[in-house]
Write a protein of this length. Structure first.
Length: 117
C-alpha cells in the first residue's frame, strides 16, 4: 500500500525505518531479517509464546506511534508461532506464523495473531 500511495523510493525508506525500529525493539541474541517484499521475521530464541506476543505487540504499538518516512504513522500486522509447539522444523513454524499474519490481516489488520496452546 505504501508503494502505491507514496512511490517505491518512499517504500524503500519505510522498509529501512521498519528494520531500524525492529532492531531497536529486540533483545541481544534475537535476529531480525526481511523475509519477502514487505515481510520480516524476528527470531526470539528461548522465548515463550506469551513473551513473543508481548514483544510483537509492543513493536506494533511503537511503530504506529512514530512518524514514518511517509510523513505519517504506519501500522503493522503480525503472526507468531513457537518452536517446538508450532512445528518440528523451521519451515513448519514459519508457515504457521505466516498463516497467522494473514489471519491478522483478515481480522482487520493492525494486530498480532498466534495459535494458543
Amino acid at each position: 500500500m505504501v508503494n502505491d500511495t507514496y512511490g517505491h523510493s518512499i517504500g524503500d525508506e519505510v522498509l529501512k525505518f521498519l528494520a531500524a525500529e525492529m532492531r531497536a525493539a529486540i533483545r541481544e541474541g534475537d535476529t531480525c531479517c526481511r523475509y519477502g517484499g514487505e515481510e520480516f521475521i524476528i527470531l526470539l530464541p528461548e522465548t515463550t509464546l506469551e513473551e513473543t506476543f508481548k514483544i510483537a505487540e509492543n513493536l506494533r504499538k511503537i511503530i504506529e506511534n512514530k512518524v514514518s518516512p511517509t510523513g505519517n504513522p504506519i501500522t503493522i500486522s503480525g503472526g507468531i508461532a513457537n518452536y517446538p509447539l508450532s512445528g518440528d522444523h523451521a519451515m513448519q513454524v514459519i508457515e504457521l506464523a505466516y498463516a497467522q499474519l494473514y489471519r491478522a490481516k483478515e481480522y482487520g489488520r493492525y494486530k498480532i495473531c498466534g495459535v494458543v496452546y
